[in-house]
Write a protein that binds this ligand. Structure first.
Ligand SMILES: [Fe+2]
Length: 219
């Protein structure tokens, strides 16, 4: 399988306080690099024979594959998170944030704190919908590989140094503030509306064992 590069969803020259040069370099070098790596790893995995390849070699390649795959997915989400004014949170999205975080302001404080905590430990700050629980959660994902199982990220902030150093040097605080000023909330709400259509995971049903006691016992 060959993965295809996605177009740059936001228009870099419309952003407020983030240069087109930074976004274009990020898209071409870092997102493009991850996609290139992903295709190379996929090719390598497809070419090897799992029955004769040492398990540790296969394990390493699969770890690298999941990191590269997540990097491409999260970069696409990051670029699709930018382009708005960051202020006008649509009613439905505001209600969902208030339900799960207490208020939009409290969500914002937690998200910014989570991103700030990644300053010395590169990673992603994500707002993720968890279908099992029907709720939103802020999470961090370091090394591109810690996304919540079954979770659907709807907003992504890239906290790797390459995402801001060109414009902000080491001032991650200013970068986070600029990101928050450029969130395209209509797109976030659209992704939230898509995410809530996903139901919780299907439970295991075994008709052949209905007479066998369950654990913990069900009344
Ligand atoms: Fe990045």
């Amino acid at each position: 399988m060959k993965y295809q590069i996605a177009p740059l969803f936001c228009r870099p020259w419309t952003l407020n306080g983030i240069s087109a040069r930074l976004i274009e370099s990020h898209y071409e070098n870092n997102y493009g690099g991850a996609l290139h790596r992903l295709n190379a790893l996929t090719e390598e995995l497809e070419a090897l024979d799992p029955s004769t390849t040492p398990a540790h070699v296969l394990g390493r390649l699969k770890r690298e594959e999941s990191a590269a795959l997540n990097s491409t997915l999260l970069h696409e989400l990051y670029f699709a998170s930018l382009g708005g004014d960051g202020r006008a949170v649509p009613e439905g999205m505001a209600a969902a944030l208030a339900r799960d975080f207490g208020s939009v302001a409290r969500w914002r404080q937690e998200f910014i704190a989570l991103a700030s905590a990644l300053t010395d430990d590169s990673g992603w700050a994500l707002l993720t919908y968890v279908p099992r629980d029907g709720r939103l959660i802020n999470q961090s994902a370091t090394d591109h590989r810690q996304s919540i199982a079954g979770g659907i990220p709807i907003l992504a902030l890239d906290m790797y140094e390459h995402a801001y150093h060109l414009d902000f040097c080491a001032n991650a605080t200013a970068y986070i503030a600029s990101f928050m000023r450029n969130i395209e909330w209509n797109a976030v709400q659209g992704r939230y509306e898509d995410a809530v259509k996903v139901g919780p995971p299907r439970q295991l049903v075994q008709e052949q064992f209905t007479d066998v006691p369950a654990y913990p016992s069900r009344k």
